[in-house]
Design a protein around this ligand. Structure first.
Ligand SMILES: [Zn+2]
Ligand SMILES: [Zn+2]
Length: 350
């Protein structure tokens, strides 16, 4: 019986990883393609990744694969060959190599079969997620920005759009990706002849959105290959003007990568220009919001006086107050002018 799951304790695995002397490369990739037998595919891929000492988080569904992994540096070429050869749809797959990462984010290989690689709420069995729009590379994106018949649609959440987006991009005011999909169709209903350019952070959301628009009868649908991350990287590499304005929000400690010097957002507490996201220091709140340095000092890193005062209490008293209170990851969603407790982040763990 082959080993298809890890049975060593998490702690021990982490220690083993930290004891490794060989550096690891962090790689992410996704691909929409039809997987007839996700479980069997998962088991075969698990064996393959295990043989290459790959760690990370991988999701498979009938609609495709989504992976964040780390590969020992000496095995990266072997990994690339192996994944290209694993399935015809994966040949020449785009592998995103994280440059600012120490490769220590994973210490075990987790591979799961899910309903979808990105939750979309789509119930229609005739929807084909692999029937995607046309890919745009950096130069094509810039040409589209100058094309009056093109509309850019931002498929991310409000707090991402707020700190940075393409010039004149349209935002879809909804809390989650699954709510955005039907809204995008509605919003564009009277502009069916327009060129629709969809984008998101790394491409996985806008690619599915492009397929959904096509499914709904839109003919001229495009999406940015590899999302904002790949666009900015390629545009810089090729010396093209980078026409994404502001910051690209990403989920790591930096909470965003600056793309242009423009600061297009404002402190949620005093309104001064600022695009630095932070989480409220009160663990009973943890609201994600924008805070300027002056307000950070005034509120001790908290979102409000209430949270600041609560943070000043003894740990026991804080715990007592938190008991029974709903405590999700809250996000200040200005498109609704309310606190949003449902995360719209396509984290497959949720
Ligand atoms: Zn402020
Ligand atoms: Zn708070």
């Amino acid at each position: 019986m082959p080993v298809l799951h890890n049975r060593v304790s998490n702690e021990e695995l982490r220690e083993r990883m930290l004891a490794e002397t060989e550096p690891r490369t962090t790689i992410s990739f996704y691909k929409y393609f039809t997987i007839e037998a996700p479980q069997a595919t998962r088991d075969a891929l698990y064996q393959l990744f295990l043989s290459l000492n790959v760690f990370g988080r991988v999701y498979l569904a009938h609609e495709g694969i989504n992976a964040q992994i780390s590969v020992p540096e000496s095995r990266v070429d072997a990994f690339r060959e192996a994944i290209y050869a694993f399935h015809p749809a994966l040949n020449n797959l785009r592998l995103n190599i994280a440059l600012e990462d120490d490769g220590k984010s994973f210490w075990v290989l987790r591979m799961k079969v899910r309903d979808r690689i990105v939750a979309d709420g789509i119930d229609d069995p005739t929807f084909d997620a692999s029937d995607v729009g046309e890919y745009l590379k950096a130069a094509d994106v810039n040409a589209m920005l100058d094309d009056p018949s093109a509309v850019f649609i931002d498929m991310r959440n409000h707090y991402e759009y707020e700190v940075g987006h393409f010039e004149d991009a349209v935002e879809i005011p909804a809390d989650t990706f699954r709510e955005q999909l039907p809204k995008a169709v509605d919003m564009m209903q009277n502009d069916k002849e327009k060129k629709i350019v969809m984008y998101c952070t790394g491409g996985i959301r806008c690619e599915k959105a492009s397929a959904w628009m096509r499914h709904n009868g839109f003919q001229n649908v495009y999406h940015i290959e590899g999302g904002i991350i790949e666009y900015a990287r390629r545009a810089r590499e090729q010396g093209l003007p980078v026409r994404f304005v502001g910051k690209n929000f990403v989920f790591d400690e930096r909470m965003g990568e600056r793309i242009s010097d423009d600061v297009i957002a404002h402190c949620h507490q005093c309104g001064t220009p600022c695009d630095s996201h932070t989480n409220c220091k009160n663990d009973g709140c943890h609201l994600l919001f924008i805070q300027c340095p002056a307000c950070a000092e005034k509120f001790s890193g908290c979102c409000s006086e209430i949270c600041r005062d609560e943070l000043a209490l003894s740990p026991e008293e804080q715990r007592r107050r938190r008991a029974g209170r709903e405590n999700g990851n809250k996000i200040f969603n200005k498109s609704r002018g309310m606190l949003n407790t449902t995360l719209g982040i396509p984290d497959p763990e949720k």
